[in-house]
Design a binder for this molecule. Structure first.
Ligand SMILES: [Mn+2]
Length: 311
C-alpha cells in the first residue's frame, strides 16, 4: 500500500499514519471525488484521558484486528457481502499538532463536516471519548440535534473538568444543543452520576445483564423512534473480560454477545454515524479488545447495508 500522506513533518503525530486500512477498504484522500457512502477515520488522540493513556493507538489497533474479519464474503449471520451493497473508504487519520488539543478539535470538526457535506456518513475510531464532541458539533450543523445511543461504563455527563476532558463531553454536547436528549439513551452504565438531573434514559449494566439483548433493543427503539440516530460506542461499556484494553475499565459490563446483538438490532433505525472510542491496545491481550471493536464497527456497517436494501 502506498502511503501518500504527509511524511517527515515533525509537527505531526508519530502514530498518525496508516499501517493498513480498516477491512482493507480503499484509501480516500479527496472526499469530493470519492463515491464512498461511509468514510472511516482514525483520531489518534488521548490527551483528554483522565486515567491510563494509550487510546491514541486505538485506530491502528482496530484496523489491524480487522485483518481477522476480511476473509468472510458474506459475514455470518448476514446473507450478503458488504461490498455488494455499501461503498466504504478509509480516509486515514486526522492529523493535528501534538500537545495542542485545539488543533485536533478544529481538524476533526472540519474533517467530519467535509464528510457530511459531501453526502457521506462517518465511522470514526478514537482516540479517547473527547473526540465525540467535535464530531457531534459537525453532525449538528448538518443534521440538527441527534438522537444519541451511547454505550459506556460512564455517562460522561460530568460538569467541571478541564476544557479537554473525556468525562464531560455529553454535558457539553447537551449544553450546546447537539443532542436530542428526549430520544437519547445510555447503555452499560455502572458508575456514579447525578440521577436527579440526568437528561438521558439509562439502561445500566446490571439491568442489561438481567435482560435479553432483544429487551435492550426494544427499549432503544422505543426511545429513538424515527429520529436521526448517532451511535457513540465506548469500548469500556463492554465487560473487561471481553475488552480489557481500555483506559478506565469497570467490572461487570455487558457481554460482547449482547453488544453485537444490540448493534444488529438497530436495523431499520435512521443511523447517521458511529464512533468507537477508548480502545487502548497497550492493555489488550491477544487483540481481543481490538477485535471486539473492529467487529462492532463492521456489524454497524452491515446494518447500514441492510438498511439500504430495505429502502
Ligand atoms: Mn467510558
Amino acid at each position: 500500500m502506498t502511503n501518500t500522506a504527509t511524511v517527515a513533518n515533525a509537527d505531526l503525530p508519530l502514530y498518525g499514519e496508516l499501517g493498513m486500512t480498516f477491512m482493507q477498504f480503499p484509501i480516500v484522500r479527496n472526499l469530493q471525488d470519492s463515491d464512498a457512502e461511509v468514510v472511516v477515520s482514525g483520531v489518534p488522540f488521548d490527551m483528554a484521558t483522565t486515567g491510563r493513556p494509550g487510546s491514541r493507538l486505538g485506530p491502528q489497533g482496530v484496523r489491524q484486528a480487522s485483518a481477522n474479519l476480511i476473509w468472510e464474503g458474506a459475514r455470518w449471520p448476514w446473507d450478503f457481502a458488504l461490498d455488494d451493497h455499501l461503498k466504504v473508504a478509509d480516509s486515514g487519520n486526522v492529523l493535528f499538532r501534538h500537545g495542542e488539543p485545539q488543533t485536533m478539535v478544529d481538524a476533526l470538526t472540519g474533517h467530519i463536516g467535509s464528510i457530511l457535506k459531501s453526502g457521506k456518513s462517518a465511522l470514526t475510531f478514537g482516540g479517547d471519548h473527547f473526540i465525540s464532541l467535535p464530531i457531534l458539533r459537525a453532525y449538528a450543523v448538518e443534521h440538527g440535534p441527534v438522537a444519541l445511543i451511547h454505550v459506556d461504563a460512564h455517562t460522561d455527563t460530568y460538569s467541571g473538568g478541564s476544557q479537554y476532558d473525556h468525562g464531560t463531553i455529553f454535558h457539553h454536547a447537551v449544553e450546546e444543543g447537539l443532542i436530542d436528549t428526549e430520544h437519547s439513551i445510555q447503555i452499560g452504565i455502572r458508575t456514579a452520576y447525578d440521577k436527579k438531573n440526568h437528561p438521558f434514559e439509562v439502561l445500566d449494566a446490571a439491568w442489561v445483564g438481567d435482560h435479553s439483548a432483544a429487551d435492550v433493543v426494544e427499549r432503544i427503539r422505543q426511545r429513538t423512534g424515527d429520529k436521526k440516530v448517532y451511535l457513540s460506542f465506548d469500548i469500556d461499556g463492554i465487560d473487561p473480560a471481553f475488552a480489557p484494553g481500555t483506559g478506565t475499565p469497570v467490572a461487570a459490563g455487558i457481554s460482547i454477545d449482547c453488544a453485537l446483538k444490540m448493534v444488529r438490532g438497530l436495523q431499520g433505525l435512521d443511523l447517521i454515524g458511529m464512533d468507537l472510542v477508548e480502545v487502548a491496545p497497550a492493555y489488550d491481550h491477544a487483540e481481543i479488545t481490538c477485535l471486539a471493536g473492529a467487529t462492532l464497527a463492521l456489524e454497524y456497517l452491515y446494518v447500514l447495508a441492510a438498511n439500504k436494501q430495505q429502502k
